[in-house]
Design a protein around this ligand. Structure first.
Ligand code: ADP
Length: 499
């Protein structure tokens, strides 16, 4: 780490990368073009591995396999209990490889290794178990028809799903998309982000070992404008489930509309407010506010990047925040004492730094940070701006880095109005001990997740997803399972009626 004179050492054995090819129809294969691309370790800026670079022709092969597996294969036709058994085995295999998977996401995505073991990989295991438990409980309902008809609904898997996923949490994103689609009986083509392709390929290997039939999960590694575009415009994909930037979300929805009107579900950017009222315990909430913004280097769509502090505790809260920041260690994500690692790649690193420059130029006060660390790797100091006005770019756009914007407010009504004064609506934090305030603010904020006196309160059973330009459709919870299911209604006369 760079702070507190703490000496950093990595005692983790970096795994040998085993899987670097596309995974199509149950086999690891080279790309048709034979091309590959480099995936970089953000800690050292060095190449970890060369990975097969897919393109449209590879997507075609993967879709063909997924189509065949859906139309004629066993997966959608298995009893739910069989899908459950295989998914539970898959979860067990992930558990047996937990440390290696955590290490892969640390070298590839700079996710903290210590949290990988207890949180990121563990959550994926639990998510597969959660949806495994749902696989044999998928059923429609009996309808109360107004005529002499027996009516009921059947839930059927939507078909071949394209999952396009980002790089911030490779394991979480993979499991959040794949687990409910598997339980529903869908088959799929997954495109991991080009920055972080490695763990998805490992998961494909484990899925095969667990008994997931060939063609059910296909992985095509490569870039957005090639592989991603081929998925979103494919005529034989029934649905695309995307998590990523709002800019890319626009393109995906457009491609879906102009190809086969495939269903779309988009989990896009955010600029979530973290609202602190005068009555809170500052010692308790200030560390929470810091983590809400800086967690995973600020690379989390629900990051609490707009910190609204009520005027009565403003000075005290900001002082406590700075004090807490002294204990925040930036360094190698393998080091258990580190809180913040490097940004994922050079492009993101430069993008974050350019937002910091813009913040200064627009007249915000740089309270702390603002510079890259003087070492190899894409490390940026935790950065806090005060005197931020709602119209500044740093208050409106998603930075996706360790940059906090602090604003002062007077009344609850003002806080609600300003918190909603944004195109995004993913999450919000409400910090107060006043029940009326908590209830009013939670109901007034236009966002998909509201966390009262906590933040990042994710749960397998709690759906997450956006309002407004943060997208639509939910991940996690039973809502995510249902987005991979069609509702078919069936009716038949009860007796020999005239209809
Ligand atoms: P970022 O700019 O942070 O990399 P993106 O939203 O572009 O975020 O990336 C998320 C995922 O979307 C990645 O897997 C990326 O390759 C993919 N992607 C990027 N551009 C496109 C596109 N035009 N069509 C489909 N997918 C894309």
């Amino acid at each position: 780490g760079e702070r507190n004179g703490h000496v950093e050492k990595s005692t983790v054995l970096i795994p040998q990368v085993k899987f670097t090819k596309l995974f199509i129809n149950g086999e690891f294969v080279d790309s048709i073009s034979g091309k590959s691309f480099e995936t970089i370790d953000p800690r050292s800026e060095e190449v970890i591995a060369k990975v097969a670079e897919g393109d449209k022709a590879d997507v075609d092969l993967a879709v063909k396999a997924a189509r065949e597996a859906f139309d004629h294969g066993p997966w959608p036709r298995l009893p739910g209990s069989e899908r459950r058994r295989i998914m539970l085995k898959f979860a067990d295999l992930i558990e047996q490889n937990l440390e290696e998977l955590a290490a892969i996401d640390t070298i590839d995505a700079a996710n903290l290794y210590s949290l990988g073991k207890i949180l990121f990989i563990n959550n994926a295991i639990e998510l597969f178990r959660y949806y495994a438990g749902a696989a044999d409980k998928i059923h429609g309902e009996t309808l109360k028809m107004s005529r002499q008809l027996h009516g009921y609904t059947l839930l059927e898997p939507v078909g071949v799903v394209g999952h396009i996923i980002p790089w911030n949490f490779p394991t979480q994103m993979f499991s959040m998309k794949v687990a409910p689609a598997l339980a529903a009986g869908c088959t799929m083509v997954v495109k991991p982000a080009e920055q972080t392709p490695l763990s998805a390929l490992f998961y494909a290997h484990l899925a095969k070992l667990a008994g997931v039939p060939d063609g059910v999960i296909n992985i095509v590694t490569g870039f957005g404008p090639t592989v991603g575009a081929a998925i979103s415009s494919h005529m034989d994909i029934d649905m695309v489930s995307f998590t990523g930037s709002t800019a890319t979300g626009h393109r995906i929805m457009q491609a879906a509309a102009t190809s086969n009107v495939k269903q779309v579900c988009l989990e896009l950017g955010g600029k979530s407010p973290f609202i602190v009222f005068d009555d809170v315990d500052v010692d308790k909430i200030a560390p929470l506010a810091l983590n809400a913004c800086l967690f995973n280097q600020g690379q989390i769509c629900v990051a609490g990047t707009r910190l609204f502090i009520q005027e009565g505790i403003y000075d005290k809260f900001v002082a406590r925040l700075l004090e807490e920041l002294k204990t925040w260690v930036v360094g190698d994500p393998f080091d258990p004492n580190v809180n913040q690692g490097p940004q994922v790649d050079k492009k993101q690193f430069e993008r974050v730094l350019s937002y910091i420059e813009l913040g200064k130029k627009e007249g915000a006060t740089l309270l702390t940070g603002g510079k890259p660390l003087e070492r190899k790797g894409y490390y940026i100091e935790p950065t806090i701006f005060t005197d931020v006005t709602d119209d500044m770019t740093i208050a409106q756009e998603e930075i996706f880095g360790p940059v906090m914007s602090i604003m002062k407010f007077k009344s609850m009504e003002e806080a609600i109005k300003r918190a909603n004064n944004i195109k995004y609506g993913l999450a919000a934090g409400v910090m107060t001990n006043n029940l009326d305030t908590a209830n009013t603010v939670s109901r007034s904020i236009k966002a998909g997740s509201i966390w009262i006196n906590c933040y990042f309160a994710f749960d397998n059973d709690a759906p997450i997803g956006g309002y407004k330009m943060s997208g639509f459709g939910k991940d996690m919870g039973m809502d995510a399972l249902h987005k991979y299911l069609h509702v078919k209604s069936i009716a038949t006369p009860i007796y020999n009626s005239p209809w």
